[in-house]
Write a protein of this length. Structure first.
Length: 250
């Protein structure tokens, strides 16, 4: 998971995933820095209408599913109300601008569920962290720690060629029943790979059914499957990313 010197504590407590910032290289080894909980959350989600690329900080978000989908942007520690959301027809791309210092995630979902004022964390997370200040960089990863409702890929738009994530749409169809759980929408997806509470050793408790299936299916290099294997994080020097959500289950 990404490590953040600004918001690490809030994301670890709320979601078991975090983001890098400042001069950190990214990844689980970059755990240093002052910890600060986010002070204020949105009270109403902004529905992004004018989603033209401004060549600024943010993501080019493509819906590679077969139907129109809604995508929701949540700030760390603010799981009940998204900061904003965008509706994208099948096969199309829209730009989602992000504020300086943003730390959080983008997930797929339905407006009926995601805008009901309650936390709904069961999903594939596209995690993002934006540094502040001079020479600010952006960081990103795909995390399945809180669940998997379909494939996502992310690539840096700074010319570095850095990318993470996976495209295998069979990940849901091939999952064993014991690894599945229903979202609030009723869609059956892969359950979280870790519990929110820690075990006696102080580390997150693993859910073997989902963790072992995803680890065997995808390996541990493309996405965060648990807190025990690698640091699949990428950096974008210009804080811009291409993100693709493939066929999934909102």
């Amino acid at each position: 998971m990404l490590r953040s010197s600004l918001n690490l504590l809030s994301l670890l407590l709320a979601t078991a995933a975090a983001l890098p910032t400042g001069n950190l290289d990214g990844g689980a080894a970059a755990a240093a820095g002052e910890l600060e909980t986010r002070a204020q959350c949105a009270t109403k989600a902004e529905h992004v209408q004018d989603a033209h690329d401004t060549n600024g900080r943010g993501v080019q978000l493509k819906n590679a599913d077969t139907a129109t989908r809604d995508f929701f942007v949540f700030a760390n520690g603010c799981d009940s109300v998204p900061l904003k959301y965008v509706t994208i027809p099948a096969g199309q791309t829209k730009f989602v601008a992000l504020p300086a210092g943003f730390q959080g995630r983008i997930v797929r979902g339905t407006t009926k569920v995601m805008l009901d004022g309650q936390p709904h964390t069961l999903a594939t997370w596209l995690e993002l962290g934006m540094d502040s200040g001079a020479n600010a960089a952006g960081w990103a990863d795909v995390s399945l720690i809180r669940g998997c409702d379909g494939p996502v890929t992310v690539s840096a738009m700074d010319g570095s060629g850095a990318s993470k994530g996976f495209k295998d749409t069979s990940v849901l169809d091939n999952a064993p029943p014991k690894a599945l759980q229903a979202k609030a929408s009723g869609a059956k997806v892969i359950k979280a790979t870790e519990l929110t509470e820690n075990g006696p050793n102080g580390k997150p408790k693993v859910v073997p059914a989902s963790r072992d299936y995803l680890g065997g299916k995808l390996g541990y290099k493309a996405a965060y499957i648990d807190d025990y294997h690698g640091n699949p994080v990428i950096k974008s020097a210009n804080q811009r990313f291409n993100v693709v959500f493939y066929k999934g289950r909102p």
